[in-house]
Design a protein around this ligand. Structure first.
Ligand SMILES: Nc1ncnc2c1ncn2[C@@H]1O[C@H](COP(=O)(O)OP(=O)(O)OP(=O)(O)O)[C@@H](O)[C@H]1O
Length: 252
């Protein structure tokens, strides 16, 4: 479990996160949702240590990450896998080299061992015959799969995904969502996904944190979502006609 307590962050006197508290549950797909510019990515970056919050603390399974010494920080970082927005693959490396990259950087494994592990992960994400291809030679959905394989290659305990569906068609997006959910259950990772895609929210939102103008204003599951009384959340979810229709049907 990851726990965040009283997280606040400002940039140039503009408060982007205000006293955010919450927990992300192990073995579940935890979502951070909200409109554009509301602070979701900044929150994710605070959790993984890419941005230092002005106040508050983050603990990973009881280990205080915020105040950890560099040794503990490094060991927690090694347990974090990250799928970045737009996949962020190295264009000049093949699929296989991209997946092996964290092993090259962070382990002393022999090349054969690294290859075996990369292949295991590529197989898990359904990409078995793409090893020697370059990112520019594969589709956006395949690139996401490579990004996921790279994120889990270190046997990550924590998986972070920033907008995993950006740029994908709805069918591919649902496949990627379900892959993330299945991997989370199978490897018992604590997974945190930042998204504003309502399809993802309904499909995989087991535990959702809704951020509005830097504050957490609602927390719950996709089952509770449609019955929310929180005005800001209603405005966010019912901006989507399909969801409005679902709600009308449900209430009849
Ligand atoms: N490094 C930075 N320096 C200054 N301001 C920043 C920085 N990073 C983010 N911000 C500001 O913080 C606010 C929240 O940004 P953030 O990227 O977290 O939004 P978001 O909710 O993830 O939006 P989107 O869904 O569009 O990605 C924005 O106003 C952004 O301009």
């Amino acid at each position: 479990m990851i726990e965040i307590k009283n997280i606040s962050k400002s940039f140039n006197n503009k408060q982007v996160l205000i006293d955010v508290n919450g927990q992300f549950v192990k073995g579940k797909t935890n979502l951070i949702i909200g409109a554009s510019g509301t602070g979701k990515s900044v929150l994710l970056k605070c959790i993984v240590g890419l941005i230092k919050p002005d106040e508050g603390s983050i603990t990973f399974d009881g280990r205080d990450f915020t105040n950890a010494d560099s040794e503990l920080k490094q060991s927690i970082r090694r347990e974090i896998g990250m799928l970045f927005q737009g996949s962020a693959l190295f264009d000049s490396k093949t699929v296989e080299e991209n997946v092996m990259f964290p092993l090259d950087m962070l382990t002393t494994m022999k090349r054969d061992e690294k290859l075996d592990r990369a292949n295991e992960c590529l197989k898990r994400v359904g990409l078995e015959n793409a090893n020697k291809l370059f990112p520019s030679e594969i589709s956006g959905g395949m690139q996401k799969r490579v990004g996921i394989a790279r994120a889990i290659v270190m046997n990550s305990r924590y998986l972070f995904c920033d907008e995993p569906n950006s740029g994908l068609d709805p069918q591919t997006a649902i496949k990627i969502d379900n892959l993330i959910k299945d991997i989370t259950e199978e490897y018992n990772t604590t997974t945190v996904v930042v998204t504003h895609d309502m399809n993802s929210v309904l499909e995989i939102g087991e535990h959702i944190m809704f951020i509005y103008k830097g504050r957490k204003v609602w927390e719950g599951s996709n089952k509770d979502l449609l019955d929310t009384e929180v005005k800001e959340l209603q405005d966010f979810i019912f901006a989507n006609k399909l969801i409005r229709d679902m709600k009308t049907k449900k209430d009849k």
